[in-house]
Design a protein around this ligand. Structure first.
Ligand code: ATP
Ligand code: MG
Length: 224
């Protein structure tokens, strides 16, 4: 099982949107997926209340019980556990980062959000430096490759955090999906937002599976 944690030091960066979009992309690719909601606001769990159908399951959990919740998910044959956290510096972000095979940090490309990245870096250090990527979210759909590449290299240069090569644009499908208990892939099968999320899952799964042996060895030695 792979654990992917969405963290950030600010509210509204796109953690829940990304968690749910990734979860459905993974499920549609044939994997067993569970979303674990550590946010007391329970945004992911409320989305699930609005959703028709069982998949993906969303489990509300407490940070102090995350390890046990993940063990249960693994015992039930879950392939991807996706952990959504609250947008502030609290136990849930640290626990989620500690448990993660991969941490994803959505951030809008504006100074207010980018300024919080050093705190995220500190938190990742405390968590033992799990692999992590920033996901640029809310990029203008007309932004060119050059300006996105510039933001990537600025973030990497300033905070030593790599930016994920797949970014998410500002699109109404993301907001609409959240209110209807869906994800963009389900609103418009060939739409651009759905395509971004599918490509994000493809990148994440390739990253995790290509370093899978290494992760398993690390886990084994951690519990030995
Ligand atoms: N790329 C996007 N385009 C348009 N709207 C977006 C996009 N990403 C997120 N949103 C909208 O922004 C709002 C905040 O997103 P979301 O709830 O995913 O953020 P969050 O980081 O989980 O927030 P919190 O810290 O409060 O949990 C939501 O209304 C969501 O629909
Ligand atoms: Mg959220």
């Amino acid at each position: 099982m792979f654990t992917i944690s969405l963290i950030g030091q600010k509210g509204g960066t796109g953690k829940t949107t990304t968690a749910l979009g990734l979860a459905v992309a993974a499920a549609r690719a044939g994997h067993d997926v569970a979303v674990i909601d550590l946010d007391p606001q329970a945004t992911a769990a409320k989305w699930k209340d609005r959703r028709e159908g069982e998949n993906p399951p969303v489990v509300s959990a407490q940070a102090s019980r995350l390890r046990q919740t993940l063990d249960t998910a693994q015992a039930q044959g879950i392939d991807y556990a996706i952990v959504d956290t609250a947008g502030r510096n609290d136990d849930s972000a640290l626990s989620a980062a500690r448990a993660a095979d991969l941490v994803l940090i959505p951030s809008r490309p504006n100074i207010v959000e980018v300024e919080t990245l050093p705190q995220v870096n500190d938190l990742l250090r405390l968590a033992g430096n799990p692999p992590a990527f920033i996901i640029l979210n809310g990029i203008h759909p007309a932004a060119g490759r050059a300006s996105i590449a510039e933001i990537h290299s600025a973030i990497h240069g300033l905070f030593a955090l790599p930016a994920c090569p797949v970014h998410l644009c500002q699109r109404t499908a993301y907001a609409e999906a959240m209110t209807t208990g869906k994800v963009p892939q389900e609103l418009d099968a060939d739409g651009k937002a759905g395509d971004e999320l599918n490509r994000l899952f493809a990148f994440v799964s390739q990253f995790l599976t290509s370093r899978g042996d290494h992760v398993e060895i690390q886990r084994h030695s951690a519990t030995a």
